[in-house]
Write a new protein. Structure first.
Length: 450
């Protein structure tokens, strides 16, 4: 069975600095051009595009393989893509000038490349040279920092439909030389394209990082730029056992955080509502509900339900604006308070605490769980959504790393394991304790008040 007429593989395997590869020859630009051209020619539902690892013909890259015919295209450039899509994918005519037809030569070059690579790896190992993957791990912050700086300076909006380094520098009030260096680095990361001294947004950068796009994620991503500063104190935090030099959160930092959480919540809300179920829920309490994305999702799934969001004073005005935009101000109330100490209310059918428990210590979470049980009606459910570690606490990777984010950013927060959450729920008096796995890095722990 072939669900698609064609399946295309494009090599995007990165290689160490100085080693020829499809990406350094422009395979990412070819990939982006291919995706655009398929949409333009109305073939995006007939052709599946997949990236792949090294095919062993690096000197002939970028390599593109088209199935079911098994045609290998070599040295493909952006300007070749429209012809390949129109002629081969649209009309079934192979673009002969780019097709590699000498199968024995292909196999010979591929195997020779493999043998050379293995010999290089062996020689470096015998010489005691640091492996490439470990070296790259030590430098992984560099592309991240370049992108975060670009977001802070709103580079992608400044680039717009095309601009020189001098023009971008003028728009962002920065040094032209330094701006040019940053733009070149972003182009090397395939976030920008550079043609004859003019920079252009890549398709993805224009969509996700530029003002005016409906999918612009910049505001939310600025939260990551903010926590960069906290992560720079990790060494001191490990020595001290807690966060050090925590910065005060100004209004811009709070807004960036809520925007980031809102985007994450909207992406996950549908799956959470489906997993938990909204049937029979009349009253809901959303602890630390932020933008109200989860209350909004439950309210739309259960038209008779009313929700109350409890959050900090600096957050609630932002919450109210999101609720107003959703048109649900008559069904979702907000209240300023501290969930660890202020009254929670009572007789709720559902209490949700999403991505909050990692900010608290074990003792604080135990106290919160007891308070939540007391606020539920009999048969009511308490739902915790958070990063959940496996018992050994080394997996999933995202949850293990996020524990460090809590070390540098909170007094006593961390990420916790399923057995820990289960113990806290049972000790608080909850019954029917269970874990629900969801797509993505976070999962659910659920308990019922008997």
């Amino acid at each position: 069975m072939e669900p698609f007429r064609h399946h295309i593989f494009v090599c995007t395997q990165e290689k160490p600095e100085g080693v020829t590869s499809c990406p350094c020859n422009g395979s990412w630009r070819v990939l982006q051009a291919l995706e655009r051209e398929l949409v333009t020619q109305g073939l995006d539902n007939d052709v599946q595009v997949t990236t792949c690892g090294c095919l062993g013909l690096c000197d002939e890259g970028p390599i593109m393989i088209t199935y079911p015919e098994g045609v290998w295209y070599q040295k493909v450039k952006e300007e070749d893509v429209a012809e390949i899509v129109s002629s081969h994918l649209g009309s079934g005519k192979v673009v002969a000038r780019l097709a590699w037809t000498d199968a024995p030569a292909m196999k010979k070059e591929s195997t020779e490349h493999r043998d050379r690579y293995r010999a290089t790896v062996k020689a470096k190992d015998e010489a005691g040279i640091l492996p490439d993957d470990l070296y790259e791990m030590t430098r992984a912050f560099m592309p991240s920092r370049a992108l975060l700086t670009a977001l802070e300076l709103d580079i992608f909006t400044a680039v717009g439909s095309g601009a020189s380094a001098e023009q971008v520098a003028h728009k962002i009030h920065a040094d032209p030389r330094a701006t040019g260096m940053l733009l070149n680095a972003l182009a090397s990361l395939n976030l920008l394209e550079k043609r004859e001294g003019t920079f252009f947004n890549s398709a993805r950068s224009a969509r996700f990082f530029s003002a005016g796009s409906g999918d612009n994620a910049r505001d939310g991503l600025l939260h990551i730029a903010n926590i960069w500063h906290s992560w720079s104190t990790l060494t001191q935090c490990v020595r001290a056992g807690t966060s050090v030099g925590t910065r005060e959160r100004d209004a811009a930092v709070v807004k960036a955080f809520i925007d980031a959480m809102d985007r994450n919540a909207r992406e996950r809300a549908g799956a959470l509502v489906k997993a938990v179920g909204a049937s029979g829920v009349k009253r809901m309490l959303d602890l630390g509900g932020g933008s109200g994305a989860y209350s909004t999702a439950f309210a739309r799934a259960a038209p008779e339900m009313k929700s109350e969001i409890l959050d900090l004073g600096e957050v609630v005005p932002l919450t109210q604006e999101h609720i107003r935009q959703a048109g649900l101000a008559d069904r979702i109330r907000t209240r300023v308070g501290n969930m660890l100490s202020d009254p929670l209310g009572n007789d709720y059918d559902l209490i949700l605490v999403s991505q909050i428990c990692h900010m608290f210590s074990e003792e604080e979470n135990r106290g919160l769980f007891r308070r939540a049980r007391a606020a539920l009606a009999p048969g009511g459910r308490f739902v915790v959504q958070d990063f959940i570690l496996e018992p050994g606490k080394t997996a999933p990777r995202a949850a293990a790393l996020f524990a460090l984010n809590m070390l540098v950013g909170t007094r006593a927060g961390s990420t916790y394991s399923e057995p820990e959450y289960a113990d806290w729920l049972r000790d608080a008096g909850f019954a029917d304790v269970r874990r629900v796995r969801l797509p993505g890095p976070a999962g659910l722990m659920i308990g019922v008040r008997g």
